[in-house]
Design a protein around this ligand. Structure first.
Ligand SMILES: Nc1ncnc2c1ncn2[C@@H]1O[C@H](COP(=O)(O)OP(=O)(O)OP(=O)(O)O)[C@@H](O)[C@H]1O
Length: 299
C-alpha cells in the first residue's frame, strides 16, 4: 500500500510538434498523499484538465514522470475513477443500461448500491436515454459510474459546473461521505473557490502550466499573512504576493520570512484570499509545501 496518491516529478506535457501550441504543463513537481480531498484551481487554459488526463492515463507525459497510487497511470487505471469535463457517455443507452455497463466493465469492484443511490438522488428515470438528459443529469450519471467503480482515486474535472445548488450540495456530501468511509482520494478541479473551502484539505494551484501552490491547505494558509499597516512601513525581507496602497494604508498578502516586526495588523488568509492573490499576481514565487516535507524526510 502506497501513501502517495499522485506524485509528479519534472512533469511536462506539450501538445503538437515544436512550433505548435507549446507546453500545457512544464516542470511540475508535487506530492499528494492518499486519503486527501484536493482542489485543483487555476485560470482557463492553465493546464488543469491536462493534469487530470495525465493522471487518468489518457495522455502520455512529454517529459518527467507522474506516479499514480505508486505505479504508472496506465497500471493504476482499474483503481481510478475519472469524470472528464465533457462527461462522455453513450447517448443511445438508458440510465439503467449505463449502470449495467459499469458493472460489466468493473466486475471485481462494482458497487451497484452506491451507483444507484447517486442516480436515485436526482430522481432520474432508469429507462431514460442518456441523450434525453440535461447536462446536470448527465453529470450525475457520470459520477454514479465513477463512484460505483469503488475507486481508490477519483479524478473529477469541474464536476459541479452544471449542477443546480441543491444537487451540488447533495453530491458534494456524497463525495465527502465516500472519502470519509473508504479513504478515497479525491482530486477535483473547480473555478468556484469559495465552495472548496469546506470540502477540500489539499490544494494544487496551476498557472500557465506551472504548479504555483501545492500542499495542505492549512499549511499553505499558515505560511501566509494578510497584513495592514502604514504605507511607508516597508515589508523588508518578506515575500510579497500582492500589495495595495490606499492613501496612507498598505494592505498586502505576504509570505513572512520571519517574525513580523513593526505595527502591522496581521491575519491568516482564507483559501479564497490566498488563491485570488496568487491568480492576480502570476509572478509571485511558487510554494509547494508537500514536496518540501518529502524532501526533508528523505534528507
Ligand atoms: N488536445 C489538445 N491539443 C492542443 N492543445 C491543447 C489540447 N488540450 C489542451 N491544450 C492546450 O493546453 C493548455 C492547457 O489546457 P487545459 O485544458 O489543460 O486547461 P484548463 O486549466 O483545464 O482550462 P479550463 O479552466 O478552461 O478548463 C491550453 O493552452 C490548451 O489550449
Amino acid at each position: 500500500m502506497t501513501d502517495t496518491a499522485l506524485r509528479a516529478d519534472a512533469l511536462g506535457k506539450r501538445f503538437g510538434r515544436r512550433g505548435g501550441r507549446g507546453w500545457a504543463l512544464r516542470e511540475c513537481g508535487f506530492r499528494l498523499p492518499t486519503g486527501r480531498v484536493c482542489a485543483v484551481v487555476g485560470p482557463n487554459g492553465a493546464g488543469k484538465s491536462t493534469l487530470l488526463a495525465l493522471a487518468a492515463g489518457l495522455l502520455p507525459p512529454t517529459e518527467g514522470r507522474l506516479t499514480v497510487l505508486g505505479t504508472t497511470p496506465a497500471e493504476a487505471r482499474p483503481r481510478v475513477g475519472f469524470v472528464a469535463q465533457d462527461k462522455p457517455l453513450y447517448p443511445q443507452l438508458t440510465v439503467a443500461e449505463t449502470l449495467l455497463m459499469g458493472a460489466d466493465l468493473n466486475p471485481e469492484r462494482w458497487d451497484a448500491a452506491v451507483a444507484e443511490n447517486v442516480v436515485k438522488g436526482g430522481d432520474l428515470d432508469p429507462k431514460a436515454r442518456i441523450r434525453s438528459l440535461s447536462g446536470g443529469q448527465r453529470t450525475r450519471v457520470a459520477l454514479a459510474l465513477a463512484l460505483g467503480k469503488r475507486p481508490e482515486l477519483l479524478l473529477l474535472d469541474e464536476p459541479m459546473a452544471d449542477l443546480d445548488p441543491l444537487a451540488r450540495h447533495e453530491l458534494m456530501g456524497t463525495l465527502m461521505a465516500d472519502a470519509a468511509q473508504y479513504g478515497t482520494t479525491i482530486v477535483m478541479s473547480s473555478h468556484v473557490v469559495a465552495e472548496l473551502e469546506d470540502s477540500c484539505d489539499h490544494l494544487l494551484l496551476v498557472g500557465d502550466g506551472r504548479i504555483r501552490l501545492a500542499g495542505d491547505i492549512d499549511d499553505l494558509r499558515a505560511a501566509h499573512r494578510r497584513v495592514t499597516g502604514a504605507a511607508d512601513a516597508g515589508l523588508g525581507a518578506h515575500t510579497v504576493v500582492e500589495s495595495r496602497t490606499t492613501g496612507r494604508q498598505l494592505t498586502a498578502l505576504i509570505r513572512p520570512a520571519g517574525p513580523l516586526t513593526g505595527d502591522w495588523r496581521a491575519s491568516v488568509p482564507s483559501l479564497e484570499e490566498l488563491v485570488l492573490a496568487h491568480l492576480r499576481n502570476p509572478q509571485a514565487p511558487a510554494l509547494t509545501t508537500a514536496v518540501a516535507v518529502t524532501e526533508e524526510r528523505a534528507a
